[in-house]
Write a protein that binds this ligand. Structure first.
Ligand code: ADP
Length: 619
């Protein structure tokens, strides 16, 4: 059982008061007893002197020595007068007279040699003793002195015994009064000590409950106290401490919130490890990168959580060397490429930040790098092919073919065709570069798609007719205008129709359509778009090639494309122009046969379908 400080204080005070009262009482009783006894002894001494004086005439008479009866008579007389027992004892202890016994019984009184006061009297001249009376049991004080006698007479002691009943009664009475007084004093002290303990401990209880609230993290009201003593000082100190603590907690919470906001909003993945390589913290970006949750990651060893040899080797190296390091890893499941920068954070103990790893997702960067490299290789290759051909035919002409007019005309025609092709590639490349670099400013004027479609079809019709293709138009007349550059949109349509004609065997059907795009989710009407499509019944594009046909120089069938005079840049130009209009372009299968290219353009005054150019279009 635990005792509250209030009870301890109350009981302590009461015990102290009780002990004090007890000691004071005992000492008072003892002192008074001593005083009573001293007064009693003084009275007895005076009586003894009187009695001894009363015997003097008998022993100093010149007539004859005193008879036993005269001694007994005097003893009784003096005993009556002094209200005490008077005894006359000879040196051998024989009782010569005793006021308390009858005359006849005096000789039978026992020898008094053994009585302490008698022994003292015969040896020092006087003696005193207190003891219960042999016959009555009454406590009695005895005093014995030697009787003054002539020189030659045998020593005789006079003893006076005074019953102490009155003194004892008075002392008992005194004790009773004192006990009563002490009891009353104790009863008065009882509520006083309770009140005192309550008063002292009340501010302490307030302080204790404030400290408890503080320890449980609650906001505490300041402790109100008017005390100027140590308790007041404690309360003031605690108030100051609580204030500082709350300020510190607020500051820490703010720092933590800011840190969390930074970590949460970061595109880079962040992971913090302790000195054992256990995860302390990861941010949402890292959760997404690795498909793990913060809850399952926290506290687990990094090696066990990621099971990526390269990553674990990096962590082990940094943990050992404590110098910054970096590496690049590829995630086996997603194929994403991550660049990791690891820096030591200084923490040496368990659950202290020891390493901070920052993960940059450079998949797109690496992909773009690859596309760029491929592009350079492709451009060189595309330019080298006609150049090699031209060089070959020129050499053949110089070697003698020029002398044969038929061969030389044939060779020169080939050289012209290859030069045209070279020219076409360079023109397309320059066009692409212009669009990319933003040197071509796209107009954004409301434009009726129908007119752009008609304009393009009239231009393309002669080429289509050559391959006996049927051109079909399906344009919704009630369509709202789109925001765009008519010249560029005609270029888009021309490229798509040119491809459709090229990659469709003779006698095919090519359909140009335009309709309102289906709404996406709860898109507002302002965000509506128009889908412009070019569908053919040609050779089609395998599904795996569809996302790549918009890359530069990407061809499904290189030989066929070259043979048909393609540069491999037509669709890349289409994609750039469409995205420049804030639209999207994709290809899908046309049923039952062929391809269907769809260009989604925002209606005039509407929002852009895709405000950003895709990464492919940037290369
Ligand atoms: P090219 O000048 O080679 O036609 P493009 O960029 O216009 O280059 O087209 C890229 C490739 O996409 C073509 O080489 C071809 O393989 C494929 N392609 C484009 N349009 C069609 C189509 N309508 N039908 C089938 N394949 C097509």
């Amino acid at each position: 059982m635990t005792w509250s400080i209030r009870w301890k204080l109350t009981l302590g005070t009461l015990v102290a008061v009780a002990c004090g009262l007890l000691i004071a009482g005992v000492m008072t009783v003892q002192a008074l007893e001593q005083q009573y006894l001293a007064q009693f002894a003084d009275a007895l001494e005076a009586k003894t002197k009187l009695v001894e004086y009363g015997f003097q005439p008998l022993f100093h008479s010149s007539f004859s020595p005193p008879t036993p009866s005269s001694l007994q008579e005097t003893a009784r007389d003096l005993g009556n007068r002094s209200s005490a027992r008077v005894t006359l004892v000879a040196a051998d202890g024989t009782v010569l007279a005793d006021s308390a016994v009858r005359d006849a019984d005096v000789p039978a009184v026992e020898n008094h040699t053994s009585q302490p006061e008698i022994q003292q009297a015969f040896s020092t001249g006087q003696g005193e003793d207190i003891r219960p009376r042999h016959t009555t049991g009454e406590r009695t004080m005895y005093r014995a002195v030697l009787l003054r006698q002539p020189q030659e007479a045998a020593a005789i002691a006079v003893r006076v015994g005074l019953p102490m009943a009155i003194v004892d009664r008075e002392i008992a009475e005194l004790k009773r009064h004192l006990l009563l007084a002490l009891g009353v004093a104790f009863l008065v002290a009882l509520p006083l000590s309770v009140w005192l303990a309550h008063n002292i401990t009340r501010p302490l209880s307030d302080i204790a409950s404030a400290a408890r609230r503080l320890s449980s993290g609650h906001q505490t009201m300041p402790i109100r106290t008017t005390a100027q003593d140590e308790v007041g000082l404690l309360a003031t100190t605690l108030n100051d401490m609580a204030g500082q603590l709350h300020a510190k907690i607020d500051e820490l919470s703010e720092d933590r919130a800011q840190l969390l906001a930074v970590l949460t909003s970061m595109v880079e993945g962040v992971m913090v490890l302790d000195s054992r390589g256990h995860v302390l913290q990861i941010n949402p970006a890292l959760e997404r990168m690795f498909g793990i949750s913060r809850v399952e990651a926290r506290g687990r060893p990094c090696a066990e959580l990621f099971r990526h040899q390269q990553l674990n080797d990096l962590v082990t190296t940094i943990l050992r060397s404590r110098v910054p390091g970096e590496d690049e890893i590829v995630l086996p499941l997603t194929g994403r490429c991550l660049q990791i920068e690891a820096s030591p954070a200084g923490g040496e103990r368990e659950r202290e930040a020891c390493i901070v790893l920052v993960f940059h997702d450079i998949t797109e960067l690496r992909r773009l790098e690859k596309i760029r490299k491929d592009f350079v290789a492709n451009v060189s290759h595309e330019l080298r092919t006609p150049l090699t051909s031209i060089k070959g035919y020129v050499e053949a002409l110089l070697d003698g073919a020029k002398d044969d007019p038929v061969t030389s005309v044939k060779f020169l025609e080939i050289i012209l065709k290859q030069s045209d092709r070279l020219n076409l590639i360079i023109e397309d490349l320059l066009e692409l570069s212009k669009i990319e670099s933003g040197r071509v400013s796209l107009k954004e004027e409301p434009l009726e798609l129908r007119s752009a479609v008609d304009r393009t079809l009239s231009m393309i019709k002669p080429i289509a007719d050559k391959k006996r293709h049927r051109l079909v138009t399906s344009v919704d007349l009630s369509l709202p205008p789109v925001a765009g550059d008519e010249g560029r949109l005609v270029q888009v349509l021309t490229n798509l129709l040119d491809n459709a004609i090229k990659y469709t065997p003779e006698g095919g059907t090519i359909t140009v359509g335009a309709k309102l795009a289906p709404p996406i989710g709860n898109a507002e009407p302002a965000a509506r778009a128009i889908d412009l499509s070019v569908a053919d019944t040609g050779i089609g594009i395998p599904e795996e090639d569809r996302p790549r046909v918009f890359e530069r120089f990407y061809r499904v069938d290189k030989a066929r494309s070259r043979e048909l005079g393609g540069t491999g840049l037509g669709l890349a130009i289409v994609k750039h122009i469409v995205e420049g209009h804030g639209g999207q372009v994709w290809v899908e299968a046309n049923h039952p046969q062929g391809s269907r290219f769809v260009v989604r353009l925002p209606v005039s005054g509407g929002k852009r379908v895709s405000t950003q150019l895709s990464e492919t279009s940037k290369v």
